[in-house]
Design a protein around this ligand. Structure first.
Ligand code: FMN
Ligand code: FE2
Ligand code: FE2
Length: 394
C-alpha cells in the first residue's frame, strides 16, 4: 500500500514491458498512476490502461472495498487512464463521475447517459469530508478535455499527463530516484508529448498564483511523484521557453554511407568549433531520442540521400514528427548526398521553412561519394554552424 500523503494512495499499475507508446520509444516502460482519496467519501482519480484494470482494483481493494467508491474523477479521456473506466464503474456501482465539460461530452459520446456525470469548471470543488477536491481545467494540455485535480488541504496536485515520465520501476517518489536520470526521463516525456504546448504551459505557470495552487506534492499520471515540485515546475518553465544550450543535433539516414560520412565530418567540425554534438542515425535510433536532444539544442541539422527524387523515408518521417512538435527558436539546416538530379536537401529545406525556423544557409548538397576537398567542406560546414550557435543569443 503506497501513501502519497495521509489518506491519499497510489493505486496505479506498472507496465514494465511497454516499449512503444504511440510511436514514442519507452525503453524503461511506464506506469499508469491512479489515486485513491479516502475520507468520509472515497474518490478515485483516473483509472489505468484496460489490461491493467485488475491491478488497479486489487490495489484499491487493499484499502477499501471498490464498491464503496463514491466519486470517480476523469482528468482526461485518453485510453491509458480511461481504458478501464467502464469496468471500474461496473464495480463502483454507486459512484458519481466528475470530468471537465468536454470530458463529460466525451464520456457520453462513447457510453450514452449511463452514469451520473457532472461537468466541472476551473474553481469548482467537491467536498469529501475533511478534504476538498478543486478542479482546474487545462484545455489542450495535452487533450481538449484535460484537467487537474487539486486536493486541499493536503496540497496534492494530481496533474494528469503533465509532469510525467515514462519509467517503470519499484520507486514511486522522486526522492528514491537518481535525480539526473529522473530529469532526463521528464525531459524526454516533455519533448515528445508537451513540446507543442509551450505557450499554453507558460500561460498556466503564470496563472498558478491566481489559481491558488501551491502544491507540496505533484502526482502525475505516469512515473514518479514529485515531493519537491519546485524542481519540475522550474524545468517546465525553462523547457516551455525553449531555453537551449550550445548544442547541435545531427539526425540523418544514408544508403551507401556518403550522407553518413558527411554527418560524421560535420559533427567533427562542430566539435572543433567548441559546441556539444549529438548525432542520430534515424534507422538506428528512435525519433523520440533525437527530438529530446533537439528540445534544448540551439541548432539541428538534418541529412538525407536522394532516393527516387526525394527524401529517404525515415528522414521524411522524422521531419513530419518534428513538425507536429512545433520546435521554436532553433537554427536549422540540411545536408545530403545525391547522384544525378538530387532533391532530398531541397525537400528538407522546404520542410524546415514550413516550421518557421531560422535557416543557417546554405545547406550542404553534395554529388556522390565525398572527395577530399568535400571532406574539408563538411568540416567547415560544422564549424560554421558551431560559430553561429555560439553567437546566438538564446
Ligand atoms: C534506389 C536508389 C534511388 C536513387 N534515386 C536517386 C534520385 O532519384 N536522384 C538522385 O539524384 N540520386 C538518386 N540516387 C543516388 C543516391 O542519391 C546517391 O548514390 C547518393 O550518393 C547516396 O547517398 P548515401 O551514400 O548517403 O546513401 C539513388 C540511389 C539509389 C540506391
Ligand atoms: Fe494523455
Ligand atoms: Fe497518459
Amino acid at each position: 500500500m503506497i501513501e502519497v500523503s495521509k489518506g491519499i494512495y497510489w493505486v496505479g499499475a506498472i507496465d514494465w514491458e511497454i516499449r512503444d507508446f504511440h510511436g514514442y520509444a519507452t525503453p524503461k516502460g511506464t506506469t499508469y498512476n491512479a489515486y485513491l482519496i479516502v475520507d468520509e467519501k472515497v474518490a478515485l482519480v483516473d483509472t489505468v490502461k484496460e489490461p491493467f484494470r485488475d491491478e488497479l482494483l486489487s490495489r484499491v481493494g487493499e484499502i477499501v472495498d471498490p464498491a464503496k467508491i463514491d466519486y470517480v474523477i476523469v482528468n482526461h479521456l485518453e485510453r491509458d487512464h480511461f481504458g478501464s473506466f467502464a469496468q471500474v464503474m461496473d464495480v463502483a456501482k454507486n459512484a458519481k463521475v466528475y470530468a471537465s465539460g468536454r470530458g463529460k461530452k466525451g464520456i457520453e459520446e462513447v457510453y450514452g447517459e449511463r452514469w451520473d456525470v457532472t461537468a466541472v469548471k476551473t474553481g469548482d470543488t467537491l467536498g469529501l469530508g475533511k478534504r476538498t477536491l478543486r478542479f482546474v481545467e487545462t484545455p489542450m494540455l495535452h487533450w481538449p478535455d484535460s484537467m487537474f485535480t487539486y486536493v486541499e488541504p493536503d496540497r496534492v496536485l494530481i496533474s494528469s499527463d503533465a509532469f510525467g515520465q515514462h519509467v517503470a520501476g519499484s520507486q514511486r517518489f522522486d526522492r528514491e530516484a537518481d535525480p539526473h536520470a529522473l530529469m532526463e526521463d521528464a525531459k524526454t516525456y516533455y519533448a515528445n508529448i508537451l513540446m507543442p504546448f509551450g505557450t499554453l504551459i507558460q500561460g498556466l505557470l503564470a496563472k498558478v498564483p491566481s489559481l491558488n495552487l501551491a502544491p507540496e506534492i505533484i502526482a502525475p499520471d505516469h512515473g514518479l511523484i514529485w515531493t519537491k515540485p519546485g524542481t519540475i515546475i522550474d524545468a517546465y518553465g525553462r523547457w516551455s521557453k525553449f531555453e537551449a544550450r550550445d548544442k547541435v543535433v545531427i539526425a540523418y539516414d544514408t544508403m551507401w554511407e556518403s550522407t553518413g560520412k558527411m554527418a560524421h565530418l560535420i559533427a567533427r567540425g562542430a566539435i572543433d568549433g567548441g559546441v556539444e554534438v549529438k548525432l542520430f542515425h534515424l534507422r538506428k535510433s528512435p525519433y523520440s531520442e533525437a527530438v529530446t536532444e533537439i528540445q534544448d539544442a540551439k541548432a539541428f541539422i538534418i541529412g538525407s540521400p536522394t532516393l527516387n527524387n526525394g527524401l529517404f523515408p525515415t528522414v521524411g518521417g522524422f521531419l513530419y514528427y518534428l513538425k507536429g512538435l512545433k520546435p521554436k527558436h532553433k537554427i536549422a539546416t540540411a545536408f545530403g548526398s545525391y547522384g544525378w538530379m538530387g532533391g532530398a536537401v531541397k525537400e528538407i529545406v522546404a520542410r524546415l521553412k514550413e516550421m518557421e525556423l531560422e535557416l543557417a544557409e546554405p545547406a550542404l548538397d553534395l554529388r556522390y561519394p565525398v572527395t577530399k576537398q568535400q571532406e574539408q567542406e563538411c568540416i567547415e560546414f560544422g564549424r560554421k554552424i558551431a560559430k553561429q550557435v555560439k553567437e546566438a543569443k538564446q
